[in-house]
Design a binder for this molecule. Structure first.
Ligand code: ZN
Length: 242
């Protein structure tokens, strides 16, 4: 089975549409790692578009915050404003759909979590040390995570240390070499200094993972954010990818 792996769409419809157009015909199902909403201007449209396709999805910290399941005190000021805007923007249908999503799932030999195996909704795996600890918190050979918006693979070495593998685009990476924590990056708000939408293909038979990037009309999303009074900092960051 060929799986389209996406994460952190963050209500950025132009980015999500560009990913689906770029990946068209190349996959059988979608695995979405959470944070469908928050930050961006099109929460209902993004949820509706995901639901048009065969898929499974996790919920992320922004989804939980919008639903009131997570205290927003730990979010920065702009993110809090975006969450308040999203709360009043989402339809009952979107709300009910998000409410049903779990923060983690298992699709053997893959564990799927939004943030980290240790703290599925909140912890950021941004370094080898945090990754090394997290290998003890899942049973399967591989774990897919989102949340940091940075594409990367952490590979567990025998000495309980971790090797950081940066993404190689348009190349099938063979998984069967070690236990891995794999982050596909973010569709709707990349933070690795590359503003293009990030996604990946997973082939569950060949056990390969292929990183992809695609440009999207950033200005379309920015104009809609401006129209809704979403904070300027959140608008500007999209064109730089930070
Ligand atoms: Zn996110």
């Amino acid at each position: 089975m060929r799986v389209l792996i996406i994460s952190d769409i963050h209500a950025n419809l132009a980015a999500f549409e560009a990913v689906l157009a770029d990946a068209k015909g190349e996959w059988d199902t979608i695995w979405c790692l959470g944070d469908l909403v928050g930050y961006g201007p099109d929460p209902n449209e993004c949820v509706a578009l995901l639901r048009e396709h065969d898929h499974i999805s996790l919920s992320g910290n922004h989804d939980w915050a919008v639903l009131g399941k997570l205290d927003t005190d730990n979010f920065n000021r702009e993110a809090q404003i975006a969450i308040r805007w999203t709360r009043q923007a989402i339809s009952r249908e979107t709300h009910d759909y998000l409410e049903k999503l779990p923060p983690q799932l298992e699709q053997a030999p893959f564990s799927l979590v939004h943030a980290s195996p240790r703290h599925p909704v909140w912890e950021y795996i941004l370094d080898a040390y945090t990754a090394a600890i997290n290998f003890d918190y899942f049973e399967t050979p591989y774990c897919l995570v989102g949340h940091t918006h940075v594409p990367v693979i952490y590979s567990e070495l025998e000495s309980q240390s971790v090797q950081i593998l940066p993404p190689e685009y348009d190349t099938a990476f063979q998984l069967e070499r070690a236990r891995l924590i794999i982050n596909p990056g973010s569709v709707g708000q990349p933070r690795d200094s590359d503003p293009r939408a990030a996604y990946a293909f997973l082939d569950t038979e060949k056990l390969t993972f292929e990183y992809k990037r695609v440009e999207y009309p950033v200005k379309v999303t920015q104009d809609r954010m401006r129209q809704y009074g979403i904070p300027t900092r959140l608008i500007r960051r999209l064109e730089y990818g930070w």
